[in-house]
Design a binder for this molecule. Structure first.
Ligand code: SPV
Ligand code: MG
Length: 285
């Protein structure tokens, strides 16, 4: 029931800023694509939050893959799978690449934290692997891939760890030289200053991906001007869901009826359309 799929590499080759929205299931992925996003981020934060578990390497690769595969099955746009640290050492990374590729995922992002990792915004330590160990993971991922198209994004948590722009540049240079198709520079600062400094000093040897969660004032247009290739809105959908469900349930419970929310919730027919009910009924006609 889906039309032609575009790989993430093909999308990147089209040029221009690629805008990506985070999701944790097929419904969120579908709504992101319908809103116009060119790709969907299978966020480890969202997938674990959907189970009310912390984003702390608690779910297994199989569970994250099942969520990413559900999303990819539902949409034509490529899923970029957040694969945390690659779920272990280099051999775990190789297995991850084989399994994600087999599920039709065309891009993954691996981060340079030590396994088990904790979400970047958690107030805890964020220890990094030595550069050589992480470049080995990148090299292993690239030699494990079976399709030329498969796209590996190397994410550094150097700024999250407080190591500064110099260390982030050193790491991203090494990751690109090890074969990463793009680098992801993450920051938890409330302004974009350290990201801008990174971009101004980056020599362009690989495309740059950003996740402007804590600096939402920095627009896609400004990011493009500074040379960003991909912007990921990683968790706004999840946070909208939390607030919408909370408000809706509280109102219905307090009012003793759902009348007060009827105008602000999607009609059942809207959900039928997302389920492609008519296509399914036609199959059985
Ligand atoms: C995620 O969405 O799981 C990410 C981005 O890795 S962040 O939560 O900002 O670390
Ligand atoms: Mg994550």
């Amino acid at each position: 029931m889906t039309s032609t799929r575009v790989s993430f590499r093909e999308l990147m080759a089209q040029g221009g800023l690629v805008r990506v929205a985070g999701a944790h299931d097929a419904l969120g992925a579908t709504l992101a694509q319908q809103a116009g996003f060119q790709a969907v981020w299978a966020s480890s934060f969202e997938v674990s939050a959907a189970r009310c578990l912390p984003d702390a390497s608690i779910l297994t690769m199989t569970e994250y893959l099942a969520a990413a595969a559900d999303m990819q099955k539902a949409i034509d746009a490529p899923v970029v799978a957040d694969v945390d640290t690659g779920y272990g050492n280099s051999l775990n990374v190789a297995h991850m690449v084989h399994e994600y590729e087999a599920a039709g995922i065309t891009a993954v992002a691996i981060e340079d934290k030590v396994f088990p990792k904790v979400n970047s915004f958690a107030d805890t330590s964020h220890d990094l692997l030595p550069v050589a160990e992480f470049t080995h993971k990148i090299e292993t991922a690239k030699s494990a891939q079976r399709h030329e198209d498969f796209y590996v994004i190397a994410r550094t948590e150097a700024l999250i760890n407080g190591l500064g722009v110099e260390e982030a540049l050193k790491r991203c240079t090494a990751y690109a030289d090890a074969g990463a198709d793009a680098v992801l520079i993450h920051s938890k600062k409330k302004d974009e200053a350290e990201i801008v400094e990174f971009l101004d000093r980056w020599d362009g040897r690989a495309p740059v991906v950003i996740v402007p969660t804590t600096y939402p004032q920095w627009s896609a247009e400004a990011a493009t001007r500074h040379g960003v290739s991909v912007v990921i809105y990683a968790n706004q959908g999840l946070r909208a869901t939390v607030q919408a469900l909370r408000d809706t349930f509280r109102t219905i419970y307090a009012d003793g009826s759902s009348l007060g929310v009827e105008d602000s919730i999607a009609p059942v027919a809207d959900v039928f359309a997302l389920q492609k009910l008519d296509d399914w009924l036609a199959l059985d006609a």
